[in-house]
Design a protein around this ligand. Sequence first.
Ligand code: IMP
Length: 198
Amino acid sequence: MARRFTGGKLIVASHNAGKVREIRELLAPYSANVISAGDLGLPEPEETGTTFIANAELKARAAASAANLPALADDSGFAVDALDGAPGLYSARWAGPSKDFAFAMKRVEDELRGKADTRAHFICALSLAWPDGTCESFEGAVHGHVTFPARGLKGFGYDPIFIADGFKVTFAEMEPNEKHAISHRAEAFRQLVAACFA
Ligand code: IMP
């Protein structure tokens, strides 16, 4: 049995205002008073883990122990099968310091040239940690394939080159609520809420 969140303050271990807002909305029904790590001035630990769950856990544990409150963290990325799971943990870093995802998507296209297998997936890990060190972690994925040229203006990151199984449009051509219903993040949240909040 997973440990449950019993109400009160919950740190979201992210300095990304958009992410914090989304998590606050998702957890609104569960009497969580969501506070961002950015608002508390908590430091951002280096993501030195070798898996998405390891990185989510180290961020959640660092925030929980610094704030002495339960803390939730996520880590996500894009994995292309024929590239041995790259960009994977380096998904954000492939876009460089200027966060140029056209550049990152071009690199995926270049590295896939001559390869027949276009399978890919997004992964999202979520970890909920308590100050005593207890940590519950969940991982969601959405499977599909990559397509070129990039299509669509919605979403972010690698969305314009990803088509989920059962769809013909890219994630960047979908309405946000359509993407959010099937995304890796939604799947991880469903697991987290069922185990720790519902
Ligand atoms: P982080 O979880 O904020 O470290 O982000 C990891 C990186 O994975 C992002 O910068 C994006 O490049 C990529 N990524 C994660 N989720 C998505 C998504 O839903 N669409 C497109 N790219 C994503």
